[in-house]
Design a binder for this molecule. Structure first.
Ligand SMILES: [Zn+2]
Length: 488
């Protein structure tokens, strides 16, 4: 733990007896006043090349963690600490002086993706520059810029009023971009420290410029390797062709049984537990346009393929899917090798939606493959590590409705409630270990080029994001979540 230093600025002078101040600024006024200062602080944070995947940057990752902890202390958060894990550290800080108010855990990550290919950047990735209303730098949107939005909203409250409307526990992870390998162990061993009534995650974006979004559901994932064997050795295709069973053929037949030609999964019970989309969900999904023509042109796709009866957004956000991720077996080298292989294999994954049970889906797939495999083939389905269940918070949950009110007030338009087809490891971990509802709301643009050359932060979106978080704390402070008696 660090010692608690002096707050950055004293709150305004309180007039005795009134509890109010003569010229107490609002947090919004502080935001206006600290715009340049905030951008300079973000720029300094972005200069640290905290690439978590590259061992030569391990010291930079540590430096970014130290930098953030110092900054948290500087703005008036307390107990700032760089907590070691078996990998890169987690930064923690809190402010817990709002009795009878909810305690909110805020998750972000300070690590960034590698920058290559470097020659495609128009400016050095760790030397932030402003251009056409954008701040160009690796991490500017994913996720350092969003961490900055949060710390500036906190600072605005503390500077304006000397307090926050809610209790806050900030955590910033250093391994999000490499799949959060040590985050689960960290959360599991810090359950008391991280105890909260709600969690807020800003690692996503708005639906479009000026149109906020709340993500309320994520798909889960189960991953398998299917291995088919038909002999204990490759066999001569001249001597045995016509009598020897072929594992590549058997594997193909099994795979062909998994889906019908339209793309509907044929595994019995696969769709058991799938929560039907409500009319309201379908209406919300329809607010976010999916441009089929651009998708097809960008990726040279001839036609979309998937479960009939659902729009593209409904299929990727609200329906499960099954895909072959890789397939191999037999001779793959140059020229010919006249064999009948002994085995063939495939990687298969399923994206799952609420309320599918990963175990039940595994069991259903296993027994279906045992049934449809050719009699001459031995098939083994091995479940790979790293699976996670689907996650959802109900749209009408008080936390999400409070987020909606705050965003609507700041943006002037209601946020769209969407889901994501992917998974966020940290959300799954927080959900399972801390059992708190999560609000996923980010402030960056969909085309911010996260993970790609010329990653950028749209400064207008950043500006409105700072206001949105100020408003979010105000709104959550008036919320009667199942409160803990003691936020510590
Ligand atoms: Zn991110």
């Amino acid at each position: 733990m660090r010692e608690n230093p002096q707050p950055l600025l004293e709150a305004s002078v309180i007039i005795p007896g009134t509890g109010t101040t003569e010229s107490m600024p609002t947090p919004e006024e502080i935001l206006d006043r600290t715009r340049e200062e905030g951008l300079a602080e973000l720029t300094g944070f972005l200069r640290i090349p905290s690439i978590s995947s590259q061992p030569e940057h391990a010291d930079d990752v540590r430096a970014a963690a130290d930098h953030l902890a110092d900054l948290y202390t500087h703005i008036g958060l307390e107990n700032a600490e760089v907590i070691d894990t078996a990998g890169h550290p987690v930064v923690y800080a809190d402010w817990l002086h709002a009795p009878n108010k909810p305690t909110v855990l805020v998750y972000g990550h300070y690590d960034v993706q590698p920058v290559d290919p470097l020659d495609l950047w128009t400016s050095p990735p760790f030397d932030p520059v402003q251009q056409n209303g954008l701040l160009l730098a690796r991490g500017s949107s994913d996720d350092k810029g969003q961490i900055a939005i949060h710390w500036q909203a906190i600072r605005a409250w503390l500077e304006a009023t000397g307090a926050l409307p809610v209790n806050l526990k900030m955590i910033a992870e250093g391994e999000e971009e490499i799949g959060s390998p040590h985050f689960e162990a960290f959360v599991d061993s810090h359950r008391i420290l991280l105890r909260a009534d709600a969690c807020v995650v800003s690692d996503s974006g708005v639906a479009a410029k000026g149109v906020p979004a709340i993500e309320y559901g994520l798909r889960g994932l189960v991953y398998f390797e299917l291995r088919v064997e038909t002999a204990n050795s490759d066999l001569h295709s001249g001597l045995y062709g016509g009598i020897a069973p072929n594992p590549a053929q058997a594997l193909s037949e099994i795979i062909a049984h998994l889906k019908d030609p339209n793309g509907r999964v044929l595994v019995p019970a696969f769709y058991d537990g799938v929560r039907p989309l409500t009319d309201e969900e379908r209406r919300q999904f329809a607010r976010v346009p999916f441009d089929e023509a651009t998708f097809m042109q960008t990726y040279a796709v001839e036609a979309l393929h998937g479960e009939p009866g659902f729009t593209p957004n409904e299929r990727t956000w609200g329906r499960p899917s099954l895909d072959v991720n890789g397939i191999w077996g037999g001779y793959q080298g140059p020229g010919n090798k006249t064999i009948i292989p002994a085995w063939a294999a495939a990687k298969i994954s399923c994206r799952l939606v609420p309320d599918q049970d990963p175990e039940a889906v595994s069991a259903a797939l296993r027994s279906y493959i045992a049934k449809v495999r050719p009699a001459y083939a031995r098939a083994t389905l091995r479940e790979m590590e790293g699976h996670g269940g689907p996650w959802i918070t109900e749209i009408d949950h008080p936390l999400l409705q409070a987020g909606k009110r705050a965003l609507q007030r700041v943006y002037g338009t209601a946020p769209v409630f969407i889901r994501s087809g992917g998974s966020i490891g940290a959300v799954d971990v927080i959900n399972r270990h801390l059992e708190v509802p999560c609000l996923l709301a980010g402030f960056v643009l969909p085309d911010c080029r996260a993970h790609a050359p010329n990653e950028s932060l749209d400064l207008e979106s950043y500006e409105i994001g700072r206001r949105a978080v100020v408003e979010l704390w105000r709104e959550l402070g008036s919320l009667d979540l199942a409160r803990q008696k003691n936020p510590h």
